[in-house]
Design a protein around this ligand. Structure first.
Ligand code: NAP
Length: 521
């Protein structure tokens, strides 16, 4: 254990270590311990108070453009250390270079995107929301809405699957708004976030108190939240419920945003011919969504709806493409899919496939064994190949719509070829981050959007005319909102300036146009 990395927290503008060995972080390809982390004994109340008092003041003294300049600098720091971060994503997250870059380039890209927003907002420190509303008959009495930074700390708690992008997308919005941040990545894969914390601190770009980093469990952090704080959480629905119902959160009315489970759907339109461009896009993107990051993506496609008459062809095409997924150590030549993030994840996915199989049958892959394409030991590490199931009666199979199996697993199901039927089936997921529609039929797409948009934060339209440069549903773009209703948590992040507003207070000003003009030139 002597060479094992020790990751530490950054609290009250200094590095601190917790007591005892704490949690162990593993390499999921080998089972080897790569780091340890402890937050035991860290004074969470003092950490939050320092962030609010020192960090809040230093950030609010800056204009949006100045905050944007900080984000630009941090984006560059991430880019400059990309290779080193990819290596940590491999050893601690089981990420292939492609999977890791999705996370790390996503982080630098999002920070850069928001730096441009800051530049565009210029020297302001307050944002206007809409135009002035004239209220007087004889005077300049009017009303105007403004956004101002909240006076608390933004507590950013993230899931294991995106150790870089996960906090960067929240961080970009919070810092832009003028709120200090307390970053708490999932302990399991925290070495990437920890290295970023070191790099950010060393860069000298972050004002005093604006950056707090917790390496390890949250301890009693939430017990110290105050009314002006924001709690932004990404993770499982079960932990999300704990956040929302935490006594301190309820007592103080803390603003909470939750991004949780999601059983994202893909719908193939009835107009799509086998081997057409749209069909090929559907097959390519569904299989990519199943296997990228070994399916450990909140946006991964879990439910695939295909017109009943095309079920067999879709199944064969998906299976044929999934068969090309070489599983193995993520750094090995030719490997396209690494392991799951931990032994617990592997166990959970295996048991989840068992649950799904009660509603249908496995039509590709297996959970009992894995074919490793890198020559490694099939019993070592947390490896699992992709698994495709088929469920012929989706309305009689609630498990398919409510059990998120967080791995390379999806279920293929028939629908009757109408937009109404597809919409009803998508809605059984009770709220998703993103669903995709593959069709070139404008009437079908319009009807389906009306049916499924209320159940999705984003609807991705895959069609022949954009096939050559489509991003796919899995890519979360900073200019578009991310989040979904119901089971997906009900939160909303990003979406350009919309994401910044979550860390600000909207206040209506009512008074003379001259006075309001002095506040908001
Ligand atoms: P998780 O077990 O719920 O943990 C998420 C985070 O919550 C971790 O940082 C964890 O810290 C922390 N946490 C757990 N209990 C806590 C408590 N009592 N107080 C404060 N913090 C606490 O989720 P996960 O296994 O890391 O992530 C997988 C899940 O995330 C999946 O369900 C996936 O769908 C979801 N996800 C959603 C999105 C989205 O945008 N909607 C994105 C990514 C992932 P420790 O690690 O220290 O326990």
């Amino acid at each position: 254990m002597t060479d094992t990395l020790r990751i530490r927290s950054y609290v009250q503008d200094q590095w601190v270590d917790g007591e005892g060995e704490g949690s162990r972080l593993y390499n999921p390809s080998t089972g080897e311990v790569v780091a340890t982390a402890s937050t035991t004994g860290v004074d969470m109340g003092a950490a939050l108070e320092h962030a609010r008092r020192v960090g809040g003041a230093s950030l609010r003294a800056l204009t949006f453009a100045e905050r944007g300049a900080i984000l630009k600098g941090l984006s560059k720091v991430v880019r400059e250390h990309r290779d080193e971060l990819l290596e940590l994503a491999r050893t601690n997250g089981g990420n292939t270079a492609g999977d890791g870059s999705f996370d790390i380039d996503g982080a630098s890209g999002t920070l850069f995107f928001y730096s441009n927003i800051g530049r565009g907002l210029g020297d302001a420190k307050i944002l206007a929301d809409g135009d002035a509303l004239p209220l007087g008959k004889e005077t300049s009495l009017c009303g105007r809405h403004v956004w101002v930074p909240r006076r608390g700390a933004a507590v950013l708690i993230n899931a294991f699957n995106f150790p870089a992008w996960g906090f960067a997308e929240k961080m970009a919005c919070a810092l832009m708004a003028g709120m200090p941040i307390v970053v708490k990545p999932a302990t399991l894969t925290a070495t990437v976030a920890h290295r970023l914390a070191e790099l950010f601190v060393d860069s000298g770009l972050l004002p005093a108190g604006s950056w707090t980093f917790l390496a390890g469990p949250a301890g009693d952090l939430l017990d110290h939240l105050e009314a002006q704080d924001v709690l932004a959480f990404t993770g499982s629905a079960a932990t999300g419920r704990k956040m929302r119902s935490h006594p301190r959160v309820l007592e103080k009315g803390v603003r909470v945003s939750v991004e949780a489970d999601s059983l994202n759907a893909a719908v193939l339109g009835p107009d799509v011919d086998v081997a057409s461009d749209t069909w090929n896009l559907f097959v390519k993107e569904v299989t990519r969504e199943m296997t990228q990051k070994a399916g450990q993506k909140c946006t991964a496609t879990r439910r695939i709806f295909v017109p009943a008459g095309q079920l067999a062809e879709a199944r064969d095409a998906l299976a044929q493409r999934l068969a090309k997924t070489t599983v193995g150590e993520p750094g090995a030549e030719g490997v396209r899919m690494g392991p799951l993030a931990s032994a617990a994840q592997l166990e959970d996915v295996r048991s989840g496939v068992g649950d799904l199989a009660t509603c249908g049958q496995i039509v590709f892959g297996a959970v009992e064994r894995v074919e490793r394409g890198d020559g490694g030991d099939a019993d070592a590490g947390c490896f699992l190949g992709p698994v495709l199931l088929q469920c012929d009666h989706p309305r009689e199979a609630p498990t398919v719509h409510n059990r998120e199996v967080f791995g390379p697993v999806a279920t293929l199901m028939p629908y009757d070829g109408t937009a109404d039927d597809a919409a009803e089936l998508v809605a059984l997921g009770e709220g998703s981050l993103v669903s995709s529609v593959y069709s070139d039929d404008k009437d079908f797409v319009r009807d389906l959007i009306l049916g499924i948009a209320p159940y999705n934060g984003r609807v991705y339209l895959g069609s022949a005319d954009i096939a050559s440069e489509a991003w796919g549903p899995g890519a979360v773009l900073p200019g578009l909102v991310h989040g979904g209703p119901g089971r997906a948590g009900g939160g909303e992040e990003l979406g350009g300036l919309r994401g910044v507003h979550h860390y600000m207070q909207r206040t209506a000003l009512e008074g003379s146009a001259e006075l309001i003009g002095a506040v908001l030139p």
